[in-house]
Design a protein around this ligand. Structure first.
Ligand code: GLN
Length: 304
């Protein structure tokens, strides 16, 4: 398969469709993003890199960071983790409060904001410098020490985090959050503001395509079974109330973020990242969704 030709075709076809979407404006700093940006990077399991468009520009991971924090916590806690959150799709928007009340403060899954806050709370309980640990984990996956937080975005989100603060307080009332809320929100907003390029993120996501192994140093960070489970969660919950649509049209485990990135993998074959800041009404990159649909359709290959 000529992956360069494939992503070139996908890129040009998506550009011809004039799918714009809207930038996330509930985090003011994200409202400044240039809606015309569009990049794709595909990295094979062996590490060959194919790119087109704005694949070397940094963007904030936002909810894609939840895949890395879940990997860290699952590796250290194992199945005990599931006492504090579930593995079922929520069918609700990422920042919804509704289910939490009648499910007694136990979030449906680790990818909605409530679940991600529990995961970050666990990281905080293990280390004095949680954000340093998260950055170290990600930097090792790309064999670098240059992955950092965009401070302007982090501050912008911290100042506008009423909804996440409400989720955290609500879960604390059920005894499912231990950290002081303001410190938890600060760590969470910092993790969401970590910046990577499409290529860096695709390299890091090889962890999930390569059965839990760091390709650069051979470290087995997750067991094969844990990797399967994280991929299953990305497939069923990675796109919130659009997870079914993503499974139906794309057919790959993946994770989206309101910074406009989508990272997806085909186990044993490749990881692929698309970035374009214009979001559809569900908060997922409009061009990203279309690009990945075209990619697996043209390839004739997906996990299904
Ligand atoms: N930082 C964002 C938030 O908590 C992440 C949401 C997302 O990317 N879906 O609202």
């Amino acid at each position: 398969m000529d992956y360069q030709l494939l992503i070139n075709e996908v890129y040009h076809e998506v550009q011809s469709l004039q799918l714009e979407g809207k930038v996330a404006n509930y985090i003011p700093e994200l409202a400044n993003l240039d809606i015309r940006k569009f990049g794709i990077s595909l990295v094979t399991a062996k590490g060959e890199v194919y790119t087109i468009g704005d694949a070397d520009e940094k963007f904030s991971l936002q909810s894609i960071s939840k895949a890395f924090t879940l990997a860290m916590v699952f590796a250290s806690e194992g199945e005990a983790l599931w006492k504090r959150l579930g593995v079922e799709p929520s069918g609700n928007p990422f920042n919804s409060l509704a289910q939490l009340e009648y499910e007694n403060g136990i979030p449906r899954n680790p990818f909605i904001n409530a679940g991600a806050l529990v995961i970050t709370d666990i990281i905080r309980s293990k280390t004095a410098k949680p954000i340093d640990d998260i950055l170290r984990f990600i930097n090792k996956l790309v064999n670098s020490d240059t992955i950092k937080i965009n401070q302007t975005i982090a501050i912008s989100e911290i100042k506008n985090s009423s909804r996440n603060t409400a989720l955290a307080h609500f879960m604390k009332s059920f005894g499912n959050i231990n950290s002081p809320i303001d410190e938890l929100i600060e760590t969470y907003c910092n993790q969401c503001a970590i910046e990577m390029t499409c290529t860096e993120l695709a390299q890091a996501f090889l962890l999930f395509a390569n059965y839990g192994q760091n390709r650069f140093n051979g470290d087995q960070l997750l067991t094969r079974s844990q990797t399967k489970r994280i991929n299953a969660l990305m497939q069923t919950c990675g796109f919130y109330d659009e997870a079914g649509e993503f499974a139906y049209t794309v057919g790959l485990p993946g994770k989206s973020g309101v910074g406009g990135g989508i990272a997806a993998i085909l186990p044993g074959e490749f990881s692929v990242v698309v970035w374009s800041p214009g979001l559809n009404p569900k908060g997922n990159s409009a061009k990203g969704m279309k690009a990945l649909e075209l990619l697996t359709t043209k390839l004739g290959h997906s996990v299904f």
